[in-house]
Design a protein around this ligand. Structure first.
Ligand SMILES: *[C@@H]1O[C@H](CO)[C@@H](O)[C@H](O)[C@H]1NC(C)=O
Ligand SMILES: *[C@@H]1O[C@H](CO)[C@@H](O)[C@H](O)[C@H]1NC(C)=O
Ligand SMILES: *[C@@H]1O[C@H](CO)[C@@H](O)[C@H](O)[C@H]1NC(C)=O
Length: 371
């Protein structure tokens, strides 16, 4: 891919402060620069300028082809529970927040897309609740949530809807090192198996300073696979884990495993994909680039703009991009961080609690956007 090289140069040779936000433009459905970031497929996310994080923030919704916020009138714990579960926090909310607790940012009153939201509490998504799609609120009345963390992960790992994640604080220039290091701490390089997981990781890790991120995605002779290396102690567990999640392997992934002395290597073909679809209009600079030497899959939220102006533009979502698996020190002095994954003890022991109920957002695509 032409673009990625530019990204590398910009991030590591120039400075990340060149990064500009396209996201606000895309939220307004229009770009002043003649191009627009593609929509991610996300319908809900947390945001804010003050103390927001993966599990706490003002609620932002995608409705009528744009991002906006929710007014806090009638906002309560039942509403917050629905939002938190939709975001992958199985235990729901600690509390609802009001009055733009996490900051107003650039939002204006015209960005309030929902008002008087009133959920029973068991809805699969917030648009299934009753609400008004008009509002007389000000943007400092934004509704938010603090969600309960999922459990079942070792200290330091982020508990997602079905797995635990750890972003390295060191960087490496080789996917192989990353792979071995994840394995050494009882995990494997991240493989992303569905939309809900990509959304979760995007909310958790998308920001310019963290990217690009190395994953287990690699292009082999017959196509893209998630290639993981795990210590053998975890392999039987991992298998049980897989069986507990039939929905994710519905399409009978071609899978093979190799055992070395104490490592288990597996390659599973990639079915769910979230490649950067390119800038609108025209899907310019879409991924994967398809060039021969570009054969590892990276998570990125900043892409070079189609007008080739200098720098990269933050699209506010972690899409996939391909590039070489090994970098020369000249191009990538500092290397990339990598994301390790391991099964969550909780979802392994209670397989019935997850999937099929839309709790973790897997049913996100099953409803039509209203309006
Ligand atoms: C996120 O912020 C909330 C509220 O400020 C806090 O309670 C929670 O511990 C934070 N979570 C993480 C993972 O930092
Ligand atoms: C791999 O992990 C070891 C510690 O186990 C650490 O010292 C090393 O810096 C890591 N290497 C890379 C390239 O991440
Ligand atoms: C970006 O993400 C990293 C890793 O999660 C985090 O340490 C850092 O604070 C984040 N930066 C911003 C500006 O959110």
């Amino acid at each position: 891919m032409r673009g990625f090289r530019t990204v590398l140069l910009t991030l590591f040779v120039f400075s990340p402060t060149y990064s500009r936000k396209a996201d606000r433009h895309s939220q307004r459905g229009r770009s002043t620069e003649g191009y627009q970031a593609p929509h991610s497929g996300q319908r809900i996310r947390l945001g804010g300028t003050r103390n927001s994080n993966v599990s706490a923030g003002n609620v932002e919704v995608f409705l009528r082809n744009r991002w906006g916020i929710i007014c806090d009138d009638k906002w309560d714990i039942a509403d917050a529970n629905v939002v938190c579960r939709q975001l992958g926090f199985r235990a729901g909310a600690v509390r609802p927040t009001v009055s733009a607790e996490f900051g107003v940012g650039e939002w204006e009153s015209t960005d309030i897309l929902l008002d008087d939201v009133s959920c029973v509490g068991n809805e699969g998504n917030v648009l299934a609740c009753t609400y008004l799609d008009q509002s007389n609120c000000l943007s400092n009345e934004a509704a938010g949530v603090v969600c309960k963390q999922n459990t079942g992960c070792p200290d330091g790992w982020l508990a997602g809807p079905s797995s635990c994640y750890l972003l390295s604080d060191v960087t490496t220039t080789q996917q192989k090192f990353a792979e071995n290091n994840c394995s050494a701490i009882g995990g494997h390089l991240v493989k992303i198996e569905n939309e809900a997981e990509n959304h979760f990781l995007s909310v958790a890790f998308a920001n310019s300073s963290a990217e690009p991120i190395i994953t287990a995605g690699i292009k082999e002779r017959y196509g893209w696979v998630w290639k993981t290396v795990e210590m053998s102690q975890t392999s039987s567990r991992q298998k049980r884990h897989r069986r507990a999640r039939p929905s994710q392997n519905r399409r009978a992934a071609t899978s093979r495993s190799t055992f070395t002395s104490n490592q288990r290597i597996s390659s599973v073909s990639i079915h769910y994909a979230k490649w950067f679809p390119g800038w609108l209009p025209g899907n310019k600079n879409s991924e994967p680039s398809g060039l021969n030497h570009e054969k590892c899959l990276y998570l990125m939220s900043s892409f070079p703009p189609p007008d080739k102006s200098q720098g990269v533009v933050d699209v506010g979502y972690m899409f996939w991009a391909d590039d070489s698996c090994v970098r020369t020190p000249r191009l990538m002095k500092n290397g990339f961080r990598y994301l390790c994954e391991r099964p969550s003890e909780e979802t392994m022991e209670e397989p019935d609690k997850r999937g099929t109920h839309g709790e973790n957002g897997e049913n996100d695509d099953c409803y039509d956007e209203i309006g």
